[in-house]
Each structure stands twice: as structure tokens, then as C-alpha cells.
Design a binder for this molecule. Sequence first.
Ligand code: COI
Length: 356
Amino acid sequence: MIYEPKCKIDIETASESKIGQVDFEHIEFGKIFTDHLFECDYKDGAWQTPKIRPYGPFSLDPGARVFHYGQAVFEGMKAYKDEQGGIWLFRPDENFRRINKSAKRLAIPDFPEDYFFEGMKTLLQLDSDWIKPGLDNSLYVRPYVIATEAAIAAAPSREYKFVIMCSPAKAYYSGEVRVVFEESFSRAADGGVGFAKAAGNYAAQFYPTELAGKKGFQQIIWTDANTHEYLEEAGTMNIFFRVGDKLITSPTNDRILDGVTRKSVIQLAEDMGIACEVRRIKVQEIKDAAKNGELKEIFGAGTAAVISPISGFGHGGDTFELKKLENSYASKFKSRLVGIQHNEGDDPHNWRYAVN
Ligand code: COI
């Protein structure tokens, strides 16, 4: 039976599912989309009745403001299925809070809480067959908002479209991840939009990441825009360093995304009795720790990336490779986190959110 949303949503179901054409064992991240889509338009100063309809294109005026000025924000979430068929989200209240925080910074109107949660729950139940059980499976959920009003003046749109789309997922990074500590480009500046999941933040990273790729690095760890002496975040994930037995991660601020996985790792470290310092991290400190053997691990934390170990880094012409550890912190955090997400093990902080 289809979930009965607690607010009005117009629902049109797909006449046929595409699921039979999908090889769930070999999925490229973010390339396959489920049968349905959630859409809600904003006009005349209000969000209109949302709808769920078969997945497919929508039309936009070529003058839509999103095309000129990138007025757009998004979120990254995942849904999980346990062995009994239960569907779960992980801390979705954090994503709801953050999309509206990002929206505010880009002069986009707040999205209502009941539309967000009821829309997502209804969509996930309709497409529940696309969520496969198993700890390495999830359904990536991508809410976003775009400015749709046709106008060229550089001003906030008076019309928007809020969308939730879903894509079955396995690992985000399939191979080794080596990173470069950035020395000249910048991701974000004080007072800017680095903390927001603004679409343009990601596009602005593509060119420097492409250059890094040509040198054998899959990702960049961004440094502060003023001095390039302090390590901040990786752009697709927040970043943790293990020096000796201690973890270190950058504090969040208006340049760094307040990652849900990041804050969960900090809490799990406390639960596990692992010391975690949240403070500014000097590039030189990490290079020194790598030289004297104290740097044990670097890993990224993000919704898509989950916990991604980093095997080496480059900076200033030096490269450092990290030894593979048997009982790494990264593997401990990953198994605890993924267990909670898939309804295995206790959930002392009530992070799980039941969908069905
Ligand atoms: C996520 O981790 O969900 C993100 O939004 C990052 C994106 C680059 C995939």
C-alpha cells in the first residue's frame, strides 16, 4: 500500500517500472534514476501543491535565472533498507535545516518542513524496490532548488522549482583516493558561500580538480584562501587526520560545509573514546607528521563518500604515501556508521529516521 502523506501531494504513478533494466551489482554513482520524481513550484509568493510523477524531463524557459546566475542549492542524503524491509533515513532533520540555510544565503525562499518530509517519505515508499538491502547498498536522495523565473536582471528569482530525485548507489570512489593540498586556487572565502550547498561551489572546483587529476590526484584538499597554510575540506567531503592516536578535523565556519557525516564521526569518536580535536590544521603540521611517521591516516567523510580512506597526498613538490592499516579508525567509523544507517546495532543518538 502506498504511504498516505500528511499533506496534499498530487501523485501520478509510473505505468511501468524501469527497474528490470538495472544491474544493481554494477552501478556507476548517480547515473541511474528511479521511477518517480518529486516536484514543487514556487510562484506568487508561495510554494504550490507538490506532485510526485513518473521520472522524466521538465521544461524550463531558456531565460530561467538559474542559467544566468546559478541561483541553486541542493542536498545529499541516502535511504537504506534493513534485512526486514524497513526503510531508513539518516539524520534527515540536518539536511532539511541545511537546505534552508543554504537557500537563505542565496535569497531562495524557505521550503516547508511537511512538504520536505512527506514528499520524501512518499517518494521513497513508491520507489522502495530501488533500495536494496546490504551494507554496501543505498539509495542516494538528491533534493535541489533552482530559480525558474525567466529574467536576465541580476536579482533573486520570483519563481523556483524544488525537486527530489533518487539514484541507487554503491561506492562513490571506486579506487584509491590520493589528494593534493591546494596551493593557489581557493574554494571559499570568509563571508562567501562555502558553508552552503550552492551548486556553483561544486562547479568552481572542477577545473582545479581536473588539473590535480592530471598529476595523479583524485581530489583536492582545499586550504584557506588567505594563506593556503591551513587545511579545510575536500569539496566532496570533510576531512579527518589521524596523528598518533588522535583525530583532528577543521572547525566549520562560513567557508566549510557543516557535514552531517563529519559531525557524526566526531560524536562516534567521543563514544569510542577516541580523542578528536576540532581546530585549524596547518599544512606544515601534517607534512611534519608524515615525515616523522606520526601521520597514520587521512580520511574523508561525506554522505556520498561515506568514509573514504586517503592513501597519499602531495604538496609543494613533495608526495607522501600512507601505509594501509589493519584496524584503521576509518574502517571502525565506517562499520559503526553504516551499521546504524542500515538498522544494525544500537542507535544511542536517535539518528535513524523510519520511513515506513
Ligand atoms: C554528498 O556527499 O552527498 C554531496 O553532496 C557531495 C557531492 C559531491 C556528491
